[in-house]
Design a protein around this ligand. Structure first.
Ligand code: C2E
Ligand code: CA
Ligand code: CA
Length: 761
């Protein structure tokens, strides 16, 4: 078989010729060839590793080409240097085009190798076929390269060594592919050492393949052609030059791969840092959300509000303009929570938040929830009237019925407003003033709005002063007094009960009505002490009245709603009765409807304990609160007191007359006695008598009087009945009441009819 001038045959031609025996290899060049082969192997391993790490397909493709270039260049250079190392005693020439063809073949084989290595997990058959392909490619490159050699001799190849060289090429390729794949991942010193060792092994494989190929070759000089010395050339210099160039190219490719890997690491680190920063940012945002937003309504909370408020205030201070700060409180929200449960309360708050949000005009205005049922709105204004319009809109919106727990509720709200810059320059000041205005709006009967004014500030200062003085008065037991108002039994015509009403003999303001200080006591934790003082004083006064012969009189004392939440109340009552030596049956406790709306179960337990002592219970101000038949039935009550507000317009209001009649009928049905409060006229008296009301209490009978004046008042009232029926002339009045400094219209004495006279008149 002959191809490109060489022959594959186990037999040399019989026609004769001269076998060139003294062919040799320059060991230095063989060493250089080995070096280049090792370098090419190392570069291939390294770049194969790089291909494995590349994430971007474009970069993977790029590195595949570079790897193929390195491998092809390396093997080819090794082969070329190996050929240079070959020394024969005849001139040898190389055909350039065939040499370049061998380079192309080397490149195809190398690309096939890199392509196999770029698969993440090549199958075994892929390995086998690639190894065969690459091995044959390398062998082809080798033999084509050898075919480029031209000389006067004929080239013969022994099939045995030829086959061995091809097998070596295939095996070397298989080992190279396998090890490259194994070494694609991993790091550290051991990994690097393994790579070096593998490179040496592969280099050895490639060189052995080359040398086996050379061993397979026999040069036969045709007869008549003289063996001559090869033309003087310098293969060593050429070999070194090619080695240096090849190593430089391979070195730069490996360095580029290393640099690219480092860059990729950096990029990956950067990505990781970026991802961490993103996470951090998200965490910061959710913290911000938690810190500045109310999770229930998704409105901003107090902290978030304060931040925006400060910014807005700075902006308005610099650029001019007005701001309204509105404090909102949902009227009687606690009742919803207490009666329908917290879930219903939460739903209600969400609906209300939506109502408030939809009432404001621009995105520039801010709605916040401060907690509970407290909302705050910040409105940009051109003039003060706008604040009123916005507040009215909110109140109007709030009145839309809300479906809640299967019921339709109509809620109202109280709003306090302060305006920047008139009512303050700083956030805290403006908020405080809006709060004062809200307090006033609530005091005015709720469901209304109130603007801050300087008078409120004065009142707040006075309240602060009063709180301090009340604390001292309780501590020193000085200045607090009990007045008693007779409760007249319509059937017997006798005063059978008294209501104990507290007064405060203030050093500078004179006698103060409870409206001036009960709320202060309640707001500042003094109410339990105050009511306990009343209880003990009333029991002591009962004992004294007994000594004066009034041993069947009962006294009713008022109990603050806050006190009904204290389980120790029953013990305190028992102790007060015991220390005064008074029968429990002579004491009555007046509780308001709203006090019962708290924790009804606990309250019920406490009320039953009090009833078990023998103390009577009456429900005060009936009709002003929830007036629910359901709880009236469940409570251990004795008496129901109809609120003064139902009486004051009788006989003018027929509606009120009907309401009072209905309440009396209902109370009697529930076996409750009825006391009607605030009876001021004879017509009212006769009306109630006609309806079968049990007791009446009011200025028509008597104002509250101090204990010292009680005897004559009682005598007067009881005796008048015996001689004449009650007439306007029989009315009794306490002068102190009319002197009470009260800012509130309707304080005792103010609404009394002109027929009220002094006791004893
Ligand atoms: P209340 O329990 O509804 O007491 C009745 C109030 O109506 C008393 O006002 C009484 O003076 C007034 N009044 C009675 N008859 C008439 C009338 O014919 N016309 C008018 N216009 N008013 C009348 P006062 O004494 O100013 O007490 C106001 C409220 O203060 C009481 O309302 C009660 O809720 C509370 N209070 C009074 N004393 C105490 C107390 O010792 N402890 C507690 N916690 N609250 C008290
Ligand atoms: Ca009362
Ligand atoms: Ca009352």
């Amino acid at each position: 078989m002959a191809w490109l001038g060489w022959h594959l045959s186990s037999e040399l031609p019989a026609s004769g010729g001269q076998v060139i025996l003294n062919c040799s290899h320059d060991p230095v060049l063989v060493l250089l060839a080995y070096l280049v082969a090792c370098a090419a192997s190392f570069a291939t391993l390294d770049i194969a590793e790089r291909v494995g790490y590349a994430e971007d397909p474009r970069s993977q493709r790029r590195w595949r080409w570079v790897g193929a270039g390195c491998l092809a260049g390396g093997i080819w250079a090794m082969h070329f240097i190996g050929m240079l190392a070959f020394q024969a005693p005849i001139p040898l020439h190389y055909d350039l085009s065939i040499t370049l063809l061998s380079l192309l073949i080397a490149f195809v084989a190398a690309f096939l190798a890199m392509d196999t290595l770029s698969h993440a997990e090549p199958r075994p058959w892929q390995y086998v076929s690639a190894s065969i392909g690459v091995g044959i490619g390398i062998a082809t490159m080798h033999y084509v390269g050898m075919a480029a050699m031209s000389s006067s001799a004929h080239t013969y190849f022994a099939p045995g060594p030829f086959a061995v060289s091809v097998i070596i090429a295939i095996l070397a390729s298989a080992v190279a592919l396998l090890l490259s794949h194994c070494l694609r991942t991993g790091s550290g010193m051991l990994h690097q050492l393994l790579k070096y060792a593998t490179s040496l092994l592969l280099g050895g494989g490639i060189v052995s393949m080359h040398l086996t190929g050379m061993w397979a070759m026999t040069l036969v000089l045709p007869e008549g052609v003289p063996a001559s010395l090869s033309e003087p050339n310098n293969p060593l210099q050429l070999g070194v030059t090619i080695t240096v160039i090849t190593l430089l190219v391979i070195g730069s490719s490996v360095s580029a791969a290393l640099a690219d890997r480092k860059l990729q690491h950096k990029e990956r680190d950067l990505c990781r840092v970026n991802a961490l920063l993103c996470q951090l940012d998200q965490a910061r945002q959710s913290l911000q959300q938690v810190a500045h937003y109310d999770p229930l309504t998704n409105l901003i909370n107090r902290r978030g509000f304060n931040q925006i408020f400060a910014e807005k205030l700075a902006e308005k201070t610099a650029q001019g303009g007005k701001l309204a700060i509105m404090f909102l409180d949902i009227d009687h929200f606690k009742r919803i929570n207490d009666s329908l449960g917290h879930d219903a309360g939460d739903n209600l708050l969400r609906v209300i938040a939506g109502h408030i949000k939809s009432s404001i005009r621009s995105h520039d205005d801010v709605v916040a929830r401060f907690g509970g049922d407290e909302f705050c709105v910040l409105v940009n204004l051109l003039d003060r009237d706008e604040a009123q319009q916005v507040a009215e809109r909110i109140m109007q919106k709030m009145k839309a019925p809300i479906e809640l727990a299967g019921r339709r509720m109509v809620m109202t709200t109280s709003i306090g407003i302060s305006v920047f810059p008139e009512d303050g320059q700083h956030c805290e000041e403006l908020l405080k003033h809006a709060d004062l205005a809200l307090y006033q709006a609530k005091a005015n009967g709720r469901n209304g709005l109130h603007f801050f004014n300087e008078q409120l500030k004065t009142q707040a200062t006075v309240a602060l002063q009063l709180e301090e003085e009340l604390r001292n008065a309780l501590r020193d037991n000085s200045g607090l007094l009990l007045y008693y108002q007779p409760i007249y039994d319509l059937r017997t015509g006798q005063v059978t009960k008294l209501e104990a009403l507290i007064r405060w003999q203030h050093p500078t303001h004179g006698v103060l009505a409870p409206d001036r200080f009960i709320a202060i006591a309640e707001a500042n934790g003094l109410i339990a002490e105050l009511d306990n003082w009343v209880l003990r004083k009333a029991c002591a006064d009962l004992a004294e009245l007994s000594q004066q012969g009034c041993d069947s009189l009962k006294i009713a004392v008022n109990c603050s709603p806050l006190n009904l939440a204290r389980p120790e109340l029953a013990d305190e009552i028992e102790q007060a009765l015991r220390s005064a030596g008074v029968a429990a049956q002579r004491l009555e406790l007046e509780v308001t409807e709203n006090a019962l709306m708290g924790n009804l179960t606990n309250t019920l337990v406490l009320l039953k304990q009090i009833r078990a002592l023998g103390v009577s219970l009456s429900i005060d101000d009936f009709g002003t609160g929830y007036s629910s038949l359901a709880y009236l039935k469940r409570l251990p009550l004795n008496t129901l007191k109809i609120d003064r507000s139902f009486i004051q317009d009788i006989p003018d209001s027929t509606q009120d007359m009907e309401i009072v009649q209905a309440i009396i009928v209902m109370a009697h049905t529930l076996q409750l006695q009825v006391v009607t409060e605030g009876v001021e006229t004879f017509e009212q008296y006769r009306f109630l008598e006609r309806l079968g009301c049990d007791f009446i209490q009011g200025y028509l009978m008597s104002c509250p009087v101090p204990l010292a004046e009680l005897r004559p008042t009682l005598n007067e009232l009881n005796q008048r009945h015996l001689s004449h029926p009650v007439s306007p002339l029989s009315l009794v009045r306490d002068t102190d009441e009319s002197r009470l400094p009260g800012p509130f219209p309707g304080s005792p004495g103010h609404r009394a009819s002109a027929s009220i006279v002094r006791p004893g008149h």
